[in-house]
Design a protein around this ligand. Structure first.
Ligand SMILES: Cc1ncc(COP(=O)(O)O)c(C=O)c1O
Length: 386
C-alpha cells in the first residue's frame, strides 16, 4: 500500500476539479475574444475569479492569474522592486527562509538591477524577529522598495506574523508581499484583513491543477510586468487565459472550503499522532519548529546519524513518500537553507525529513509509517557509517 505524505510538494487533484477541468477543456473560445464563443468562455473565467476572490477575501479585480506560484512570486518581487526603484528605493527585504521562488529573483535583482537585498533572520523555531523589522524600518524605510515574508514555511510549516509586519510597514508606507502558497486553504487567510500589498497562491497545493498561480495585487497598485503582449490581467500578466486550470482552481477552492474545519482538525490530529509517535519510538529525534505556531499538516523531523536522501529512499522502498524538503540542484543535494537559518549544522540539516499530511491521509497511514520508521532508521544509520 502506497502512503503519500508529500502534500506540501503537490496534492491529489480533487475529483470535482478534475471534472471541471475536463468540461472546460472542451469549451471553444478565447476568453478575450468578443464573439459569443469568447464571451461564454470569459463568463466562466470571471465566475471562477469571483469564487476565488470570495474565499481569499479580496476584490475580484485584485486577482491576477499566472502560470504558477513561482511566476506570481517573481512578478511581485521584481514588479514591486521596479515600482519602488522609480521612486529612489533600492532595497529588497526578504526572510532567510523564503522559497527559492523568492530567494532566486532577489539574487537576480542584486546581480542585474543593483538591488541591495537584506535577509531577515529567524530564531531556532524558524520565526522572524519583529524587532529586526522595526529596527530596519526605523533607519532605512525610505530606501525599501518591498518586504516579502512568506505566510508559512514549506519545509517546517512555521507560520510568520504577517499582520504585524504589515502594521509596522504601513506606518512607513512600505509595500509588503507574502507568499501564501502553503497556508492558503490550510489556515484562515484574508487578504483584506492582513492589509497586504500583494500575495501569492498556487493551485496544485490545494487539490487544484498544476501550472496555475495567482498574484493577488491591491486594487490601483500597479507594477511593471514581466511578460508583455495582449495586455491581459491589468497589463501585468499578458498571455491567453488558461481557462480550464482557472476554472479548476476555483472548483478546488470551493471544495476545500466546504470541509475546511473538519479537514484542518483531521490533518492536525494526524500530525500530532505522527509527532508523538516519533517522540515515543525515536527519542533522539526532534521536531523542527516545535514551539512555533505551525500549519496543521507539516512535520519536519531531524533523525541524528542519518542522511535524509537515504532515509527518503528507504521509506519510498517501503511505500511511504515524503521529502527532504531541501532543494536538489543538478542532482546534488544541498542542506536546507531553512534549517541552516534555524541554527542547524550542515550535518543535522542533512538528517532531516519532511512529512506533509493531507485530508486524504488516514490514521493507518500514520501508524504504518511509525511502524516502519525504526527499522528504516537503523538501516539508514548503518549505511551512514559505511
Ligand atoms: C512556499 C512556496 N512558494 C512557491 C512555490 C512555487 O509554487 P509553484 O509550484 O506553483 O510554482 C512553492 C512550491 O513548492 C512553495 O512551497
Amino acid at each position: 500500500m502506497a502512503i503519500y505524505l508529500d502534500h506540501a510538494a503537490t496534492t491529489p487533484m480533487v475529483e470535482a476539479c478534475t471534472q471541471a477541468v475536463i468540461r472546460q477543456l472542451k469549451v471553444l473560445g478565447n476568453p478575450s475574444s468578443l464573439h459569443t464563443f469568447g464571451r461564454a468562455a470569459r463568463k466562466e473565467l470571471e465566475r471562477a475569479r469571483e469564487i476565488i476572490a470570495r474565499h481569499v477575501d479580496c476584490h475580484p479585480s485584485e486577482i491576477i492569474f499566472t502560470g504558477s506560484g513561482t511566476e506570481a512570486d517573481n512578478t511581485a518581487l521584481k514588479g514591486l522592486f521596479w515600482r519602488g526603484k522609480a521612486h529612489g528605493r533600492n532595497v529588497v527585504v526578504i526572510s532567510a527562509i523564503e522559497h527559492h521562488a523568492i530567494l532566486d529573483p532577489a539574487q537576480w535583482l542584486t546581480d542585474h538591477e543593483g538591488a541591495e537585498v537584506i535577509l531577515l533572520d529567524v530564531d531556532s523555531n524558524g520565526l522572524i524577529n519583529l524587532n529586526q523589522v522595526r529596527e530596519l524600518l526605523s533607519h532605512r524605510a525610505d530606501e525599501i522598495a518591498v518586504i516579502s515574508v512568506m505566510s508559512a514555511n514549506n519545509e517546517t510549516g512555521v507560520i510568520q506574523p504577517i499582520s504585524e509586519i504589515v502594521e509596522i510597514a504601513s506606518d512607513y508606507g512600505v509595500a509588503v508581499h507574502s507568499d501564501a502558497v502553503q497556508s492558503f486553504g490550510k489556515v484562515p487567510l484574508s487578504f483584506s484583513k492582513l492589509g497586504l500589498t500583494a500575495m501569492t497562491l498556487s493551485g496544485h497545493k490545494i487539490g487544484g491543477p498544476l501550472g496555475i498561480g495567482i498574484l493577488v495585487l491591491r486594487k490601483g497598485f500597479d507594477i511593471p510586468a514581466l511578460l508583455h503582449g495582449g495586455g491581459q490581467e491589468r497589463d501585468i500578466r499578458s498571455g491567453t487565459f488558461n481557462a480550464p486550470s482557472i476554472v479548476g482552481f476555483a472548483t478546488a477552492v470551493e471544495e476545500i472550503f466546504l470541509d475546511f474545519v473538519s479537514h484542518s482538525l483531521k490533518v492536525a490530529s494526524l500530525r500530532v499522532a505522527l509527532e508523538s509517535g516519533i517522540a515515543a519510538k525515536m527519542p533522539d529525534a526532534y521536531i523542527n519548529g516545535l514551539s512555533a505556531d505551525r500549519l496543521p499538516g507539516i512535520v519536519n523531523a531531524t533523525f541524528p546519524g542519518t542522511e535524509s536522501d537515504t532515509l527518503l529512499l528507504l521509506l519510498d522502498a517501503e511505500g511511504v513518500a515524503c521529502s527532504t524538503g531541501s532543494a536538489c540542484s543538478a542532482g546534488v543535494q544541498r542542506p536546507s537553507h531553512v534549517l541552516l537559518a534555524m541554527g542547524h549544522t550542515d550535518v543535522s540539516a542533512r538528517s532531516s525529513l519532511r512529512f506533509s499530511i493531507g485530508p486524504s491521509n488516514t490514521a493507518e497511514d500514520i501508524a504504518q509509517t511509525l511502524k516502519l520508521l525504526p527499522a528504516v532508521l537503523t538501516r539508514a544509520r548503518a549505511a551512514n557509517l559505511r
